[in-house]
Design a protein around this ligand. Structure first.
Ligand code: PLP
Length: 218
């Protein structure tokens, strides 16, 4: 597998989508989602100069964080169990998946400042984490009670509709919600639809498959 070529292609597509939206591509963070990937795959991307990685399970991430250089910025993108939120806050720079008061209390108790996004479940899919959009205002208010949580923005995992274009209304809705509550970061878009997400204002795209190849689901 040619990591350099894959990486270059993704970076080029990010630039093109940013151009279409008329924003600086430097303002878009590529989170390389490295769950279920061996450390060698992360190191290959690191050696190409990449420094931002996303993991979705704490137990899997910890040995990777130990093994790899300390100038990596780690993003937690998975379902955050509240009993692991304390440790996640200590080890990760950004948590994309805040949704419950229990998580907030645990993060706060870690007493380290961490950048956080609230996960919004726009399609209200029962199997997905995140708050329904109608609870956003009260959730934002609640977070303000926790001084170590630096609330930066919103994250969503769209419904898997099979084509990128049909995701556009969801990504637009997340941007409008972010504007309404005054939060600048928008984590949206994955391998299949990140161009559309950037056109709708994504500041963070979370990409695994396009960078590392298909995951063997287990
Ligand atoms: C796995 C995962 C991704 C990456 O998905 P790909 O389709 O492989 O790009 C992005 N976000 C979250 C939350 C994930 O769990």
């Amino acid at each position: 597998m040619n990591h350099a070529r894959r990486y270059r292609e993704v970076c080029e597509r990010i630039e093109q989508a940013a151009e279409r939206r008329g924003v600086d591509p430097q303002g878009i963070t590529l989170v390389a989602v490295s769950k279920q990937r061996p450390i060698d795959a992360l190191r290959a991307l690191y050696d190409l100069g990449h420094r931002v990685f996303g993991e979705s399970r704490l137990q899997e991430a910890l040995p990777k964080i130990e093994a790899l250089p300390t100038d990596i910025e780690w993003h937690f993108v998975g379902a955050l169990q509240s009993n692991k939120a304390h440790k996640a806050a200590q080890r990760f720079s950004v948590i994309h998946s805040l949704s419950t008061p229990a998580q907030m209390r645990k993060i706060e108790r870690a007493a380290v400042s961490v950048d956080v996004l609230i996960q919004v479940n726009l399609a209200e899919e029962p199997q997905k984490m995140g708050i329904p959009a109608k609870l956003l205002d009260e959730t934002v208010k609640l977070v303000l009670n926790y001084p170590h949580i630096r609330l930066r923005g919103l994250m969503t995992i769209g419904p898997n509709l099979g084509d990128a274009e049909s995701m556009r209304p969801y990504y637009r809705a997340l941007r409008e919600a972010g504007e309404r509550v005054g939060l600048p970061w928008l984590s949206m878009g994955m391998s299949g639809d990140f161009d559309v997400a950037i056109q709708e204002g994504a500041t963070h795209v979370r990409i695994g498959t396009l960078l590392f190849g298909a995951r063997s689901e287990n």
